[in-house]
Design a protein around this ligand. Structure first.
Ligand code: CP
Ligand code: NVA
Length: 313
């Protein structure tokens, strides 16, 4: 009798993975970045030759879509991008049926979905590895790029203090997952921190890895990095977005707030940014900002992630 095939290597969140797996992806991303700088854009070994990535996005994107596309091509594979509105998704075709179709034509699937449940349904029915390219519950690819960027500048993230200022959204949830897996302290200053997954927040507090406050100054004090994100996310309806904008007025990251953090603290933001809302122009365009490194590292993380999902890493 043939042995059953190994389980698919989905990448749906941070919390389901061991630190060693995430560390292996980060290490490969760092190596790949160095290799690319030395040898050029295209990996001569073509580790993903003959493989196709389907990039299926229900929501807009700039960085994620382009970095997945570039990562796949640079690794010798091919990418096909499809927008939700171009399919029958809005006309009632079930995601599980779509997953079976995707699996016929593609070896890897990257999905950006408004609701996390769509991602879970797709992953359950797919016969190819599925990557979370952002849902309302998390943005794990971005998180790995952010950890890579932090560590390039400041060394290992374990044991550090990071401050999240603003909306307790999908990025904040992924940071919380990462704090638990890697073991760093996350201080969240938010008017809606109850939006974070309660079981994870409970575990974080018990482990002494999470502090929740409504005071941005308390969160930023002596932090190694100060992070924020836009005040409304793709999954928010206009009413929720307006309410958040009102509640978040005192959660702007500006120079006064950065001055409370460590002298060499980094400013991080996944982008797109809204200068004058969640962050002042002087901070995001200032010397402590690493937002362009974060965006650049999306490519290297995406490539390493694709290798891991394809079983090459
Ligand atoms: N940071 C990020 O995911 O950006 P996009 O929405 O442009 O992909
Ligand atoms: N929290 C934002 C991140 C965008 C990359 C959103 O979900 O829209």
């Amino acid at each position: 009798m043939n042995a059953p095939p190994p389980p698919l290597r989905h990448f749906l969140d941070i919390k389901s993975h061991k630190r060693e797996t995430l560390r292996a992806i980060l290490t490969e991303a760092r190596r790949g970045k160095a290799r690319r700088a030395k040898e050029g854009r295209y990996d001569q070994k073509r580790p993903l030759a003959g493989k196709t990535l389907l990039i299926f996005f229900e929501e807009p994107s700039l960085r994620t879509r382009l970095s997945f596309d570039a990562a796949m091509r640079e690794a010798g594979g091919e990418a096909v991008a499809l927008q939700g509105g171009e399919t029958h998704l809005g006309r009632g075709e079930e995601v599980s049926d779509m997953a079976r179709i995707f699996s016929l034509y593609a070896d890897l699937i990257a999905l950006r979905a408004t609701r996390h449940q769509t991602l879970l349904s797709l992953a359950e029915a797919a016969r190819a590895p599925v990557i979370n390219a952002l849902t309302d519950a998390g943005h794990p690819c971005q998180l790995l790029a952010d950890i890579m960027s932090f560590e390039e500048k400041r060394g290992a993230i374990e044991g550090r203090h990071l401050a999240w200022i603003g909306d307790a959204n999908n990025m904040a949830a992924s940071w919380l997952e990462a704090a638990l897996v890697f073991g760093f302290h996350l201080r969240v200053a938010s008017p809606n921190s109850e939006a974070l997954p309660s079981s994870l927040a409970g575990r974080g507090r018990e482990a002494g890895l999470l502090t929740l406050t409504k005071n941005p100054k308390e969160a930023a004090l002596d932090a190694d990095a100060v992070m924020t994100d836009c005040w409304s996310s793709l999954a928010d309806d206009p009413k929720a977005a307006a309410a958040k904008k009102k509640a978040l007025q005192s959660y702007r990251v500006d120079e006064a707030l950065m001055a409370l953090a460590k002298k060499d603290a980094l400013f991080m933001h996944c982008l797109p940014a809204h200068r004058g809302e969640e962050v002042s122009a002087s901070v995001i365009d200032g010397r402590q900002s690493v937002v362009w490194d974060e965006a650049e590292n999306r490519l290297h993380i995406q490539k390493a992630l694709l290798l891991w999902c394809a079983g090459v890493l």
